[in-house]
Ligand binder design. Sequence first.
Ligand code: PEP
Length: 256
Amino acid sequence: MTSPQARRPVVAANWKMNTGPDDGAALARAVAAESLPFAQVDVVLCPPATGLAAVVAAVQGTPVAVGAQHVFWEESGAYTGEISVPMLEGLATYAVAGHSERRQLFGETDLDVQRKTLAILSGGLTPIVAVGESLDQRDAGETLGVLRSQVTRVFEALTPAETAACVIAYEPVWAIGTGRNATPEQAQEAIGWIRDIVAAVQGLQAAELVRIQYGGSVSPENCQELLCRDGIDGALVGGASLDAGKFAAIVQAAAP
Ligand code: PEP
């Protein structure tokens, strides 16, 4: 497989349901003002939908990209509360699909994640497709099987070129927001499995090109040992991304 240097790391901030337009813009300005290795790492901020316009304005003229945390796959219509990909024009160049909080709390299925990923791609945005096992599944030795069904369900519907354009976030559910990150060995092993599954579904070239991040309690304290590992192409960061200094430290650690 290609060395991680051939894939540009991407570090994305998932602010979850935190920040409004004003404090979101202030946080975005603080991130953009950090001296970050923009030449080597893609940096993405995913504020709540109500903060997208303010964050876009705050990072205008900087290399910081903006992403949506959530989209619906239909383009328009009677879907109260939902946001479609065309509605994100000028507001986002990335969008997350399949975050475990959406799967667990809002009942999103693998098929939903597939539809969202296709919609995100057809709108010209970069999907960040989140997958990962629960603690029960890991303890039962089911991690590989869970990842196989989550990854296959999404990527079987894409072309190899579309697959290569995606970012995948490996996020073990038990590590999200818990302060208990996966060990570098666990993250590397699972990401290796995901790359093998992508290769089986879409071929070796797509698997070599697709970027696979780790997410789950990434912090300034643990980012170095996680992000220096071969095959881990950056991070999806929740809690620590609400602090510009902590997020900047994680971005620094992702630089090859
Ligand atoms: C996330 O929200 O995707 C995430 C990984 O959260 P945290 O970093 O807080 O675990």
